[in-house]
Design a protein around this ligand. Structure first.
Ligand code: PMP
Length: 411
């Protein structure tokens, strides 16, 4: 494929294209509406008003009770850092954190850092389908627990946690525990409401660039009265709860993206049927393949395949040659041979975790693009297996004894 051909973009959990309407909404704030929203002359009031309008749009998308419960951030990494550190600073007498083994590094690494700062952290395990067990969560709660942080939808597998129900259970045991959910992969993809299904959640974090807004802007919901203290300090912006001159254009774009998402929820049914068609035909046309997270409730836009006895990076490279951009679940690109922490936590066998492929769609993905993927994937996997030392091309099955060999080698 040459650079000027349009690629088939199936990596929307990594980032999404900026919607044209979002760009149009942002542009004036790079041009004549460049003012600092904190300035007192009348020219700046438009920027201030635009931020409040965007706040209203975010609040509406997530079903917040009040616009004032929404703060703008630089994205979900900041939001997650702020959620965890802010809850701990507001509850200094409590030193225990509960989270899961499959969180995004923006929670997981913060949790590990908290351990280095002397906090106790419980990482809840998941089962083979990536599901949490509510009993494990309840067992982990102690009088010392300050915060429970459980993601809403997993970025790698699309597996969703019943955060609303889990939050209710936590609050029933101890209403003082702060419940946070990283909803970066669910906001805008599925309807959710902080006044209904997520009514027991105190803090929700999200990011603009996963829902067709720009990179470098995000939002967090902090419920009125939540036990939380600001994380970024040093300015009066966002009513003293998030210091720093506002990313006005980014925020305005985020508001517009939320309005568009609210009008596009019908798309989730089309994406759900594309997901099901893709998964059915991959399983029918390719031997030794699993869908990671199958059986669990999943996002409608994400399919994570494990092709046994091939390398994820090889799959990606072959797909790029055919004009398809996707993502692999292994961390080989970062110089490590370890498969992803999510697949490891799900106990996906070594030979499969290494051959994982994440396909993530958006409302801009066409049916024809998925048809094209369905056509080329069997060819790609077959050609990679032809050069795999673990695969026997004459029987079209793994070589005898290969699993024992691999288990011993990588034990
Ligand atoms: N949490 C999840 C679940 C994510 O998928 C991502 C982005 N990959 C982040 C947090 C980090 O978001 P951001 O890029 O806005 O910092």
């Amino acid at each position: 494929m040459t650079m000027n051909q349009t690629a088939i973009y199936l990596d929307n959990n990594a980032t999404t294209r900026v919607a044209p309407e979002v760009l149009d909404a942002m542009l004036p704030f790079f041009k004549d509406q460049f003012y600092n929203p904190s300035s007192t002359y009348p020219e700046a009031s438009n920027a201030r008003d635009a931020i409040e309008k965007a706040r209203e749009s975010v609040a509406r998308l997530v079903g917040a009770g009040a616009r004032s419960e929404i703060l703008f951030t630089s994205g979900a990494t900041e939001g997650n850092n702020a959620a965890l550190w802010g809850a701990l600073r507001a509850n200094p007498e409590r030193r225990h954190v509960i989270t899961t083994t499959v969180e995004h590094p923006a929670v997981l690494e913060v949790a590990r850092d908290l351990q280095r700062h002397g906090y106790r952290v419980t990482f809840l395990p998941v089962d083979r389908a990536g599901r949490l067990n509510a009993a494990d969560l309840l067992k982990a709660i102690s009088p010392d627990t300050a915060i429970v942080s459980i993601m809403h939808g997993n970025n790698e597998t699309g597996v969703m946690f019943a955060v609303g129900e889990l939050a209710r259970l936590v609050k029933r045991v101890d209403p003082k525990i702060v419940v946070h959910t990283d909803a970066t992969q669910t906001v805008g993809k599925i309807p959710l409401s902080l006044s209904r299904d997520l009514a027991s959640v105190d803090i929700l974090t999200m990011s603009g660039h996963k829902l067709h807004a720009a990179k470098g802007v995000g939002a967090m919901f902090v419920r009125r009265g939540a036990r939380w203290r600001p994380f970024l300090i040093g300015g009066h912006q966002e009513r003293g709860r998030r210091a720093g001159t506002e990313n006005v254009a980014g925020i305005v774009g985020m508001g517009r993206a939320c309005e568009l998402a609210l009008d596009s929820f019908h798309e989730k049914d089309r994406l759900r049927s594309l997901q099901s068609r893709l998964e059915k035909s991959v399983k029918a046309s390719i031997p030794n393949v699993y869908v990671n997270g199958e059986g669990a409730e999943r996002l409608p836009n994400t399919s994570n395949f494990a092709f046994e006895y091939v390398e994820g990076e090889g799959i990606l490279m072959a797909l790029v040659d055919s004009g398809v951009l996707a993502s692999s679940g292994s961390a080989c690109t970062s110089g490590s041979l370890d498969p992803s922490h999510v697949l490891k936590a799900m106990d996906v066998p070594f030979t499969a975790a290494h051959g994982s492929l994440r396909i993530s769609t958006s409302r801009y993905t066409s049916d024809a693009e998925i048809d094209r993927l369905i056509e080329i994937l069997p060819v790609v996997i077959e050609s990679l297996r032809r050069i795999s030392p673990y695969w026997d091309t004459t029987t079209n099955a793994p070589r005898q004894g290969v699993d024992v060999f691999i288990q011993e080698k990588y034990r």
